[in-house]
Design a protein around this ligand. Structure first.
Ligand code: HEC
Ligand code: HEC
Ligand code: HEC
Ligand code: HEC
Length: 260
């Protein structure tokens, strides 16, 4: 719809001023010109006259808002990122757990289609959030903005521990039938009846916003979920103290490296 209104009638770079690239304006009328040239927000190749070449790695719709100051898309994207808890696994915008790849170092080179695919059909150890293409593009706007700001941040390698203790077996046995978790020892669990417990005790799990999951709180929850959340559907799970310790190890994100 917008594309139709913006398709220009003979707009030229001369009419719009020097910094706006010429080829885009052969076919489009400018907008947001005070915030930069077309390729600053949309990418593309400003020298190409053929649309397929001009639209190389194009960012369209919500994803293009990454560079637009005051766009309402970015606050929506930030709220989504935080309510879905992307940072319980990923560093993005310089913050988050290191259970999965640093999005600040990988998001920028991705095309809009690739980012969309990663969110709509996520990797095996990433929760299936059930996002549609439009929501994915909204999220892409904040991933791209943060990658632009933090792209120079140090890369890190996700290394899973050797799994030397019994936390995995205990988690799999007591919780894994209903929950998934990406743990410091790798992905665990087979069930998805309950929420993903990756990084549960860290600062970035979506439920940490209400109250952090301490040992005492988790113990209370397992004893009687309805004592904490009257509508909870999880049934009590009997755990011995050593089992609770083991489960806690599985859902505790790796420690922050020195200097973070
Ligand atoms: C030769 C004409 C032509 C040139 C040059 C051209 N475009 Fe387009 N552009 C179109 C047409 C036609 C459409 C609508 C159909 C489509 O999506 O391919 C479009 C669509 C778009 C869209 C919306 C895409 C979508 O999926 O909604 C964006 C954004 C866009 N162009 C940006 C650019 C930018 C940035 C440049 C310069 C780097 C550029 N265009 C150069 C013809 C052109
Ligand atoms: C500051 C960032 C910015 C600049 C500069 C910019 N755009 Fe956009 N553009 C956007 C955003 C964000 C949208 C999504 C709708 C909206 O917010 O208006 C958009 C929408 C469009 C659309 C409609 C299809 C779509 O992607 O939703 C076209 C076509 C388009 N822009 C082409 C251009 C062209 C051509 C230029 C250069 C003359 C340009 N834009 C400059 C940010 C920008
Ligand atoms: C439970 C952990 C977890 C959560 C939560 C999570 N992801 Fe992922 N994500 C992964 C894993 C694992 C991969 C595969 C790459 C890897 O092994 O690090 C991945 C891959 C990706 C990729 C593709 C990276 C690439 O290499 O191209 C993107 C983009 C991404 N995630 C974005 C998000 C966003 C946005 C959110 C929040 C809506 C999110 N993820 C939530 C675990 C997670
Ligand atoms: C029989 C299935 C089942 C088992 C086994 C189970 N859970 Fe749950 N769990 C659920 C369901 C369903 C929910 C969603 C509860 C609600 O309605 O809020 C849940 C919610 C939770 C929550 C709240 C998290 C959030 O994001 O809201 C925590 C924490 C939790 N479970 C921990 C555990 C741990 C730890 C174990 C193993 C000791 C475990 N659960 C075993 C089904 C299960």
């Amino acid at each position: 719809m917008l594309a139709a209104t913006l398709l220009g009638v003979g707009a030229t770079s001369a009419a719009a001023g020097a910094p706006v690239p010429a080829a885009c304006l052969d076919c489009h009328v400018p907008h947001y010109a005070s915030h930069g040239g077309c390729v600053d927000c949309h990418r593309g190749d400003a020298r190409a006259a053929r649309p397929d070449l001009a639209h190389h790695r194009l960012l369209a719709g919500a994803a293009a808002a990454w560079a637009l100051p005051g766009s309402p898309v970015l606050p929506r994207a930030v709220a989504l990122r935080d309510s879905l808890g992307c940072r319980r696994c990923h560093v993005t915008g310089g913050k988050g757990e290191r259970l999965a790849i640093n999005l600040d170092t990988v998001a920028w080179p991705r095309t809009q289609q690739e980012l969309r695919a990663s969110l709509v059909n996520p990797a095996a150890a990433m929760p299936a959030f059930g996002l549609g293409a439009r929501t994915a593009d909204t999220l892409a706007a904040v991933l791209l903005r943060d990658a632009d700001r933090h792209g120079g941040s140090p890369r890190y390698q996700v290394r899973f521990r050797a799994g030397s203790d019994d936390s995995l077996r205990t988690f799999a046995r007591l919780c894994g039938g209903c929950h998934l978790a990406l743990t410091p020892d790798g992905p665990q669990g087979t069930g998805a009846d309950g929420p993903d417990l990756s990084g549960l005790t860290g600062a970035f799990h979506p439920t940490a916003a209400d109250s952090a999951w301490s040992r005492a709180r988790l113990e209370r929850w397992l004893g009687n979920p309805r004592a904490l959340r009257p509508q909870a559907t999880m049934l009590p799970v009997a755990v011995k103290p050593d089992e609770l310790d083991a489960v806690l190890r599985a859902v505790t994100p790796p420690p922050a490296p020195a200097g973070r």
